[in-house]
Design a protein around this ligand. Structure first.
Ligand SMILES: *Cc1c(COP(=O)(O)O)cnc(C)c1O
Length: 404
């Protein structure tokens, strides 16, 4: 290893971080330098298998040649133009999203820059029904901006910023009768995730989504499906809701869509819903600029062209089977779909497992004290996943030793 000045070592850089950034994320675990496929390297040259994937963002992994080529070409031509103008890339990306969503004629896309912004657009869309009530689920995560935060369930995230927008309530997830009881003629929208990622990969029963469709239609409320984490192939379908066969009124997208570039989108289904937001009622300076649109197109092209949907189902199911086959006494089971998975433990070992995993060269997310979330690049191979599965028993053993 080459000697580095102390201010440029991992520790030196992290010290500089704590003196220069607002520490809402605490102190980061590592200073990373570069990546390739499902692997990343820190500034000391240590290599890690990246099973976090930028929190389900790096759909194509790191340094994917298609994404690099598309973004490099676009940035050399034109990166940004404002929404006074449009670009081929923006139009094509919107068309492609409508196509993979099987959206009917008259549907539309609004581009923002993040998941929270996609949710903000959905909230504003819902207000145009003339109603104000929004129903979300217990355990839900919809983002951190003040509007989206009202829909996010975790009290610790919301309470320091109260009061948030009114008329939002939370019902138990996967509970049809609770939803039926909560939705009224005052409900503008029901907002649901097909898999609750931040809650630890908790999957909606397809029958629950179908019931939500039926209940919202009967009440004249919008059904908004938050696909920020589940969308763009993460579950093995283009979108998590597709397995249930429903047609939602709106879908929010972000994380995987740009393959690492910041883009978010609200998709509205059919002319009636798409007509709710009219000229001048919403906007975003950066939203859907040619650079991020080119990135999005290369992600969609690569997923389609390389058969990644089938790959995600195959390796995701393999991962779940392989972890289950360990038959480890500390492992309760594996939740999730495709490559949005959580290994559920019988005790609160996940923070210690994540720390030990990092030392052993694996990045994983301890999403709950008893659950480890795995949301790797969609391109990850079976062999790469097997490396982690093989290491898991010893990681659990070390975690048990270090946890009192
Ligand atoms: C991450 C996430 C968001 C928020 O996205 P940001 O880009 O962090 O604003 C919203 N909804 C879901 C389901 C998410 O997973």
């Amino acid at each position: 290893m080459t000697p580095t000045a102390s201010t440029d070592s991992q520790q030196g850089l992290l010290d500089r971080y704590t003196h220069s950034l607002i520490t809402v994320f605490g102190t980061p675990q590592l200073v990373l330098d570069r990546g390739d496929g499902a692997w990343v390297w820190d500034t000391d040259g240590k290599r890690y298998l990246d099973l976090v994937g930028g929190v389900a963002v790096n759909a194509l992994g790191h340094n994917h040649p298609a994404l690099v080529a598309a973004v490099s070409k676009q940035v050399s031509e034109m990166a940004h133009i404002s929404n006074f103008y449009t670009s081929r890339a923006q139009i094509e990306l919107a068309e492609r999203i409508l196509k993979i969503a099987d959206a009917p004629t008259g549907s539309g896309v609004f581009f923002g820059n993040s998941g929270a912004e996609a949710i903000e657009a959905a909230i504003k869309l819902s207000r145009r029904t003339g109603r104000t009530g929004i129903i979300a689920a217990e355990g839900a995560f919809h983002g951190r901006t003040t509007g989206a935060l009202a829909l996010t369930h975790k009290a610790a995230y919301r309470e320091p910023f109260a009061p948030l927008i009114p008329d939002v309530s939370h019902v138990p997830y996967n509970d049809v009768e609770a939803l039926r009881a909560a939705v009224t003629e005052a409900t503008a929208a029901v907002v649901l995730e097909p898999v609750q990622g931040e809650a630890g990969a908790i999957v909606a029963d397809p029958a629950y989504l179908r019931a939500a469709r039926e209940i919202t239609t009967a009440a004249g409320a919008l059904l908004v499906i938050d696909e920020v984490q589940t969308g763009i192939g993460r579950t093995g379908d283009w979108f998590g809701y597709q397995e249930s066969g429903i047609v939602p009124d709106a879908v929010t997208l972000a994380k995987g869509l740009g393959g690492g570039l910041p883009i978010g989108a609200l998709v509205t289904f059919g002319p009636e819903v798409s007509g709710l937001l009219t000229a001048g009622q919403h906007g975003s300076t950066f939203g859907g600029n040619p650079l991020v649109a080119a990135a999005g197109l290369s992600v969609l092209d690569t997923i389609a062209g390389h058969g990644l949907l089938a790959h995600v189902t195959e390796v995701g199911d393999h991962l779940a089977r392989a972890v289950t086959a360990l038959d480890h006494p500390e492992v309760e089971g594996v939740r999730g779909r495709g490559l949005l998975r959580a290994i559920v433990l019988r005790s609160d070992l996940s923070p210690a497992i994540a720390t030990g995993a990092r030392e052993a060269g694996f990045l994983v997310n301890p999403v709950a004290s008893n659950a480890i979330r795995l949301i790797p690049p969609l391109t990850i191979t079976r062999d790469e996943l097997d490396l982690f599965v093989a290491a898991l028993p010893s990681l659990i053993a070390s975690a048990k030793e270090s946890t009192p």
